[in-house]
Design a protein around this ligand. Structure first.
Ligand SMILES: NC(=O)c1ccc[n+]([C@@H]2O[C@H](COP(=O)([O-])OP(=O)(O)OC[C@H]3O[C@@H](n4cnc5c(N)ncnc54)[C@H](OP(=O)(O)O)[C@@H]3O)[C@@H](O)[C@H]2O)c1
Length: 308
């Protein structure tokens, strides 16, 4: 399959790119500068220099592909409006391309489990949404993608849990802090984080792309229901010198991190039955069980970054 990928230089996008290349797919991916484009080329993609806000640089290439995977996100004040505009542009381009050549298209959108809010019981894909302020905009973007579904455009929304593995993301930040001697936890840390291993997440995107009937919402979680305090304890026990662990009161965390703090404090139990029904079986059963691997992967990623 020929796939157009946004965010290929990012944390999720790079795991998705690797899984696509491993699966034998052809990938055209956007990069915002020539150096990153070179790195995408080395990973097996065909890079084009483009940015979400300038569609004329990427729409022609997108129209030539069979599927679009959107894993980019700009975390600036304009990021939400930019995404809304880019989603409209990409979905419209796929409709036009399908009309022109008569071939069906697929669109996969990367959302996240935080849209569910605190889950009183295990949340499956049909659970009601209760997004905290930081992601209050996200359900409208999910709806835009889901409602674009048609006879010729298959659309899916993937809601990953907190991603672990490699050198980036929230769990890697905990590892980095532990290696530096101090880990700060938002709130008491008794809340459960739904998590997913980056390679397993990449494999799920490929499974969805390769399953012609797969559409709608897909949760992507390892279902380990680990508490933040358990993850932090496991990391603290895995680094050479036990770090200090400090629980930040919520008021202080909100002052430091803004509305993002409430996402980190969410207590969530999230199930992924639709992904499992496709035959997706995560290889890693939680960050705690994988902690030795995760610290090793983090160190390797640091070494690689230092050599670049
Ligand atoms: N990480 C997680 O644990 C997690 C969990 C659930 C959901 N999500 C969601 O998944 C999405 C991706 O997250 P991530 O962790 O992979 O983020 P990330 O590592 O920050 O990657 C963001 C990607 O978007 C690209 N990008 C940013 N602004 C762009 C623009 N204006 N034009 C083109 N590309 C642009 C970045 O390119 P550059 O390399 O040039 O900066 C990068 O490739 C987000 O919507 C996030 O909320 C993440």
């Amino acid at each position: 399959m020929h796939i157009f990928l946004t965010g290929a230089t990012g944390y999720i996008g790079s795991a998705v790119l690797d899984a696509m290349i491993k699966g034998g797919h052809q990938v055209t991916a956007i990069a915002r500068d020539p150096e990153k484009a070179e790195r995408l080329l080395a990973r097996g993609a065909t890079p084009i220099i483009a940015e979400l806000g300038l569609p004329k640089y990427y729409v022609p290439a997108l129209k030539a592909t069979e599927a679009v995977v959107h894993a980019a996100h700009e975390s600036s004040p304009r990021g939400v409006a930019l995404e809304q505009q880019a989603l409209e542009t990409m979905l419209q381009a796929q409709v036009e391309a399908s009309r022109a050549d008569g071939k069906p298209r697929s669109f996969l959108y990367t959302s996240g489990v935080w849209v569910l809010g605190r889950t009183a019981k295990s949340a499956e894909e049909d659970a009601p949404l209760d997004p905290p302020e930081h992601v209050a905009w996200r359900p409208a973007h999910e709806d835009m993608v889901l409602s674009a579904f048609s006879g010729t455009l298959r659309t899916a929304v993937i809601r990953p849990g907190i991603v672990y593995g490699g050198g980036r993301g929230i769990v890697s930040d905990l590892i980095k802090d532990a290696l530096n001697g101090l880990v700060r936890v938002v709130g008491p840390g008794k809340n459960r984080w739904p998590c997913v291993y980056d390679h397993d997440l990449g494999d799920l995107y490929v499974k969805i792309l390769e399953s012609p009937m797969a559409a709608g919402i897909f949760h992507a979680t390892d279902e380990a229901d680990e508490r933040v305090s358990e993850i932090v304890e496991a990391i603290a026990g895995q680094v050479p010198q036990r770090p200090d662990i400090r629980n930040m009161p919520m008021a202080e965390a909100r002052k430091k991190l803004g509305a993002y703090a409430d996402c980190l404090a969410l207590d969530q139990k999230v199930r992924s039955p639709k992904a499992r029904a496709l035959g997706w079986a995560p290889t890693q059963s939680g960050a705690v069980n994988s902690v030795a691997r995760l610290v090793e992967e983090f160190r390797n990623a640091q070494r690689e970054a230092n050599n670049q």
